[in-house]
Design a protein around this ligand. Structure first.
Ligand SMILES: Nc1nc2c(ncn2[C@@H]2O[C@H](COP(=O)(O)OP(=O)(O)OP(=O)(O)O)[C@@H](O)[C@H]2O)c(=O)[nH]1
Ligand SMILES: [Mg+2]
Length: 487
């Protein structure tokens, strides 16, 4: 059974304000029996109100009674009539007092009277299936709710209001036009006619490729704004990477110990520094090992380095003999032309007496800094800075943080710029792009028209999956499972 016919007859309910008790909570109910079910649990104060007949956008004050006629709560109910509601169906929002007990009881009253508990994202899924928004907009609802900075809010808002969808729609229209011309030719294949000038077609395909490509390249920025700028903390074992992660996150997130090889898996979390969201990633220390789990951990470290936008290379300043090996081996993994590198000389509290008045940059570390600068240059690296720090004593971290923020000062979506921030969209766009490239090459090489048309169709399919012009229950299931219940 398709999703749409599956939902047509059910009425769902859930608390839409999360589990935290606030002054009030909002319980949402949506579906064809909304008013019927509501009339069984809610008594409007105004006796003349006929609940089954109230028009949309009505606000009613009244009472929720338990089955034994005792009063559970007094509430405010907003009524929405299809199609003028979030889901496009008849629906209501019950604002009750924010006790978890009241919410639980209210939900069980509603379900006792015929409503079903909503699954994750069910309300937004209905909004999509009823044509209130496309899939990309539905996903943006999720992003908007979880946005924590102005930048991530801007990206989500732009997508929710349809900026991204409009761009994709224009692209689809173009491609559809090209493909219909080609397919028209196929209908007349006996006569060997060409309706479309090949040069012109190629130009149109080129334009579409450029357009898709610019969306693909916006992903780096979109992803950084939404999920935080990825910052990998890497280096040999025991250099203090986990200590630094904890200091940056201001919480004991990772286990710290003097045993080399403590961190096996990557550990990451986000931190908002001066309005910029960073995703700090602690990694397994790099050393030669034959231990399987540790080897897998180190593989993950290399993977995280590739994904990072900023790399923090940790060196133990009490062990200068280890500098060269660390720098040399990491230099092979870092792409310094694309990634910003900071080299951190940790444990500077141990090997020097802090002499600076601000106690952030001990002067006697200058020699070490120079030594590291030379070694980095030998390895072909150009670090943005080499900083003596003490992760444990939290020295020099304010300098590091302000440099991190400074390095991202251009990280802001300008105006109405459309950014791709969703991994699903990113990979669909890449598929679309590759198919178009194939079509473009094929066109140049005078490959039979039907094969060119097929590649363009494939590209159209991939773009269509983003907005949900083509969608399967599986795609929908994967998207909405990440939503919270009540959204
Ligand atoms: N004196 C001093 N000790 C530090 C500093 N930072 C870390 N340490 C100590 O160094 C040891 C290793 O710290 P971790 O943070 O676990 O090091 P790591 O790099 O995560 O190590 P692995 O996970 O094994 O790769 C611990 O005993 C820390 O207390 C520092 O700034 N000064
Ligand atoms: Mg560690």
């Amino acid at each position: 059974m398709s999703e749409l016919s599956n939902i047509e007859n059910t009425t769902i309910c859930a608390c839409s304000t999360g589990n935290n008790s606030g002054a009030i909570a909002v319980v949402r109910i949506s579906g064809p029996q909304t008013l019927e079910i509501l009339s069984k649990v809610f008594t409007p104060k105004r006796e003349d109100v006929k609940l089954l007949e109230v028009p949309g956008y009505t606000l009613l004050y009244g009472y929720i009674y338990r089955q034994d006629s005792t009063l559970l709560d007094d509430v405010l109910v907003s009524i929405f009539r299809e199609p003028h509601s979030y889901t496009g169906e008849d629906s209501a929002e019950i604002s009750c007092h924010g006790s978890n007990y009241i919410v639980r009881e209210l939900l069980s009253l509603l379900t006792d009277n015929g409503a079903k508990y909503a699954g994750p994202g069910d309300f937004t899924k209905r909004a999509f299936l009823n044509g209130k928004m496309d899939l990309a907009q539905a996903e943006a609802v999720c992003d908007l709710i979880s946005s924590e900075t102005k930048a991530s809010h801007d990206v989500a808002m732009q997508q929710m209001r349809g900026g991204f969808s409009k761009e994709l729609e224009a692209m689809r229209t173009n491609l559809l036009q090209i493909v219909s011309l080609l397919e028209l030719e196929l209908d007349f294949s006996e006569e060997e006619v060409q309706f479309a000038d090949r040069k012109e077609l190629q130009k149109l395909l080129d334009d579409s490729c450029t357009q898709i490509n610019s969306l693909i390249s916006s992903f780096k920025l979109g992803n950084a704004l939404k999920n935080g700028v990825p910052v990998a903390i890497v280096g040999a074992t025991n250099t203090g990477k986990s200590t630094l992660l904890n200091a940056l996150l201001r919480e004991d997130r990772a286990i710290v110990s003097s045993i080399a090889g403590t961190t096996r898996d990557t550990i990451e979390d986000v931190m908002n520094l001066d309005g910029v969201l960073f995703r700090f990633i602690d990694t397994a220390g790099i050393r030669a090992t034959l231990e399987q789990i540790e080897m897998m951990g180190i593989e993950r470290t290399f993977y995280k380095i590739r994904q990072a936008q900023i790399v923090l290379m940790m060196l133990d300043s009490t062990n200068p003999d280890g500098f060269q090996e660390s720098i040399q081996s990491l230099s092979k993994k870092i792409n310094n032309s694309e990634q910003t590198l900071f080299i951190l000389l940790n444990k500077c509290d141990k090997n020097t007496i802090l002499s600076h008045a601000d106690k952030t940059a001990p002067a006697s570390n200058e020699d070490l800094v120079e030594q590291v600068r030379a070694l980095a240059a030998d390895a072909g690296l150009t670090p943005a800075a080499i900083l003596p720090i003490s992760a444990k004593q939290k020295l020099g971290l304010d300098v590091l943080e302000s440099m991190l923020v400074e390095s991202q000062k251009d990280l802001n979506a300008s105006g109405n710029m459309v950014l791709v921030s969703n991994m699903r969209h990113y990979s669909a766009l890449k598929d679309a792009y590759n198919a178009l490239l194939r079509a473009n090459v094929a066109l140049g090489e005078h490959v039979p028209t039907d094969l060119v048309a097929q590649d363009i169709r494939e590209s159209l399919y991939s773009i269509g999956t983003i907005v949900g012009a083509v969608s399967t229950d599986e795609i929908l299931g994967n998207i909405f499972k990440n939503f919270c219940i009540g959204k």
